[in-house]
Design a protein around this ligand. Structure first.
Ligand code: SAM
Length: 204
């Protein structure tokens, strides 16, 4: 979806992605204890950012859609917690801060191919030694068709593409999944690569 479509979606009262956190966000607690700094790239309406803030993490929720970020703030208020927000494009965002956790689910496909190496290098550089990246990327799979509501600004990852950005990091978990989806009320499937990696204490 492009920014205008997302804005329209997020201006509705309902939470399109729901208010319950993804299981992947909960996995962060297995590896990193609060209070540490988390950036959520493509935070949407904030279900995961707010959950992580509730756990005691210092969270920056970043998204391109300001109407989504308004809902992130409202959801944080509803759950009596606090976090920071940033309106930015994942294609060129540059953080001056560093983080213990870089988290992203469902937004990495918006990084255009020519920007990927640069942005992943940046996200790695702003990660503290011992910090982790917890990532979910939609990927190309021979048995899965392109989703009917897939946007022209979205680019699937190739097999191994995600892990290739993390040479020299510890792979903590990796899984490739195919799952059913009913977004836009059209039943379809997605393939995704889930990767949890840790920056070495010394080195890169
Ligand atoms: C599939 S939604 C996932 C939202 C959230 N991570 C969740 O799981 O609830 C993808 C998000 O990426 C955001 N997005 C799309 N293009 C973006 C871009 N170029 N830069 C930053 N965020 C973007 C959208 O606004 C949307 O909130």
């Amino acid at each position: 979806m492009d920014k205008e479509q997302l804005q329209t979606l997020y201006l509705q009262e309902d939470y399109y992605w729901g208010k319950d956190p993804n299981e992947l966000a909960k996995k962060i607690l297995k590896y990193v204890a609060p209070p540490k700094k988390v950036v959520d790239l493509g935070a949407g309406e904030g279900r995961d950012s707010v959950f992580l803030a509730q756990q005691g993490f210092d969270v920056l929720a970043m998204d391109i859609a300001p109407a989504g970020l308004d809902k992130v703030v409202r959801l944080a208020e509803e759950f009596d917690t606090q976090l920071h927000t940033l309106e930015a494009n994942i294609n060129d965002v540059s953080f001056s801060d560093s983080f213990d956790v870089v988290y992203s689910i469902g937004a990495l496909q918006y990084i255009e191919l020519q920007n990927r190496s640069r942005q992943f290098e940046h996200f790695k550089a702003i990660t503290h030694p011992g910090g982790i990246h917890v990532l979910f990327a939609f990927m190309n799979h021979p048995e899965v068709d392109i989703a009917p509501d897939w946007g022209q600004n979205e680019y699937l990852y190739q097999p191994q593409e995600l892990e290739n950005h993390y040479a020299g990091w510890n792979i903590l978990e990796q899984e490739q999944i195919i799952f059913d989806c009913n977004s836009s009320n059209i039943p379809h499937q997605h393939a995704a690569d889930i990767l949890i990696v840790q920056k070495l204490l010394k080195g890169n």
